[in-house]
Design a protein around this ligand. Structure first.
Ligand SMILES: Nc1ncnc2c1ncn2[C@@H]1O[C@H](COP(=O)(O)OP(=O)(O)O)[C@@H](O)[C@H]1O
Ligand SMILES: [Mg+2]
Length: 278
C-alpha cells in the first residue's frame, strides 16, 4: 500500500476542453491516476487520444479545464504562474520529440544552460554536465555542437539537459519518435539505467512498442480517458531500494550477531549441516 508521501503525481478527474471555431472539443474526459516516487511508466494510445495533453497538464505547462493535480504533495490548483514555474524548475525535467538544443552552443553548454539561466556557479554546473554526458555515453562529444552530432546523440544531450537540475520527475513526449531503431534502443536502455541510478520518476509517452514493453507500468489512453493501467512488475527503482534496504539490514544484523553457538533445542549434527542449504 502506498502512502501519500510516496506519491509524486496525483491526478484527479482531470478534464481539458479546447475551443476551436466556436466549438468545444473535450480532449481529456476525467483522468485519475497516481504515480509513485521512483516509478517508470509509459503512456501509450492512438494519435489524438490525449497523451500529450495529459503530459502537458502534469507538467503544468497547460491548465486543466477542471480537476485537481498534486505534484510532490502540493496542490497546484490556484497556484500563480510564478509559483508553478518555481515548482516546475524544482521538480520537473522535460524531453520532447524534437530536442530543441541551441545550435550555437556545444553539448556541454546546452546541458549547463538550465543552470546558467538560474545564475548558478559555472564550475559546479560544468562538473554535473560532464557527469551527465558520461551517463548518456557522450563524454567524448562534450565540445561538439548539435550539427556535429547524430540525431540519437542530440536527443541524448537533450536527456542530459533535462536531468541537469536533478529533477525528481522526468516527463518525455515521444522521445524516440524521431530516431531509428538502434538509437531508440539506446535511449530505452538509458531511461532504465537513469531511473535506476538516479531514482528519477519517469513518465514516457511513446509509440515505441519495444520501449512500452520494457516498462514496469503501461497506461493506455483512448478518447481522452485511461483505458488500461497495467503493472507488469514492480517499479525498478523501488525494487532496488528494497534490495538495498535488505542488504543494509543484513549487514547490520551480521555486525550485531552474537558468536554462533550450538543451539540448545537443536544440538549440532554436523552430518546434516549440508542439507540445510536450500
Ligand atoms: N491547442 C489545441 N487546440 C485545439 N485542439 C487541440 C489542441 N491541442 C490538442 N488538441 C486536440 O486534442 C486531441 C488530443 O491531442 P493530443 O493530446 O496531442 O493527443 P496525442 O498526444 O495522444 O496524439 C487531438 O484531437 C488534438 O487535435
Ligand atoms: Mg502527442
Amino acid at each position: 500500500m502506498s502512502t501519500d508521501s510516496d506519491l509524486i503525481v496525483e491526478v484527479d478527474e482531470l478534464r481539458k476542453t479546447y475551443t476551436q471555431d466556436g466549438k468545444d472539443l473535450e480532449v481529456l474526459k476525467g483522468v485519475t491516476l497516481r504515480i509513485e516516487k521512483g516509478e517508470m511508466l509509459s503512456i501509450v494510445g492512438k494519435s489524438g487520444a490525449g497523451k500529450s495533453t495529459l503530459l502537458h497538464l502534469i507538467g503544468t505547462l497547460d491548465q486543466p479545464s477542471s480537476g485537481r493535480l498534486k505534484l510532490n504533495g502540493k496542490q497546484t490548483l490556484g497556484m500563480t504562474g510564478a509559483e508553478l514555474a518555481l515548482l516546475r524548475n524544482e521538480l520537473i525535467g522535460f524531453v520532447f520529440q524534437f530536442h530543441h538544443l541551441l545550435p550555437e552552443f556545444t553539448a556541454i553548454e546546452n546541458v549547463m544552460m538550465p543552470g546558467v539561466i538560474r545564475g548558478l556557479p559555472r564550475s559546479a554546473l560544468e562538473a554535473t554536465a560532464k557527469e551527465l554526458l558520461e551517463r548518456v555515453n557522450l563524454g567524448h562529444r562534450a565540445t561538439h555542437r548539435p550539427s556535429e552530432m547524430s540525431g540519437g546523440e542530440q536527443q541524448r544531450v537533450a536527456l542530459a539537459r533535462a536531468l541537469s537540475m536533478r529533477p525528481k520527475l522526468l516527463l518525455a513526449d515521444e522521445p524516440t519518435g524521431n530516431l531509428d531503431t538502434e538509437n531508440s534502443a539506446h535511449m530505452n536502455e538509458l531511461f532504465t539505467k537513469l531511473n535506476r541510478d538516479l531514482g528519477t520518476t519517469m513518465v514516457i509517452v511513446t509509440h515505441n512498442e519495444r520501449l512500452a514493453d520494457q516498462m514496469p507500468r503501461v497506461i493506455t489512453m483512448k478518447d481522452g480517458k485511461v483505458e488500461k493501467d497495467e503493472r507488469k512488475r514492480p517499479a525498478i527503482y523501488r525494487a532496488d531500494e528494497e534490495a538495498l534496504a535488505r542488504d543494509a539490514a543484513r549487514a547490520d544484523a551480521a555486525a550485531k550477531a552474537p558468536v554462533i553457538e550450538p543451539s540448545i533445542d537443536e544440538p549440532e549434527k554436523p552430518s546434516e549441516a549440508s542439507e540445510e542449504q536450500p
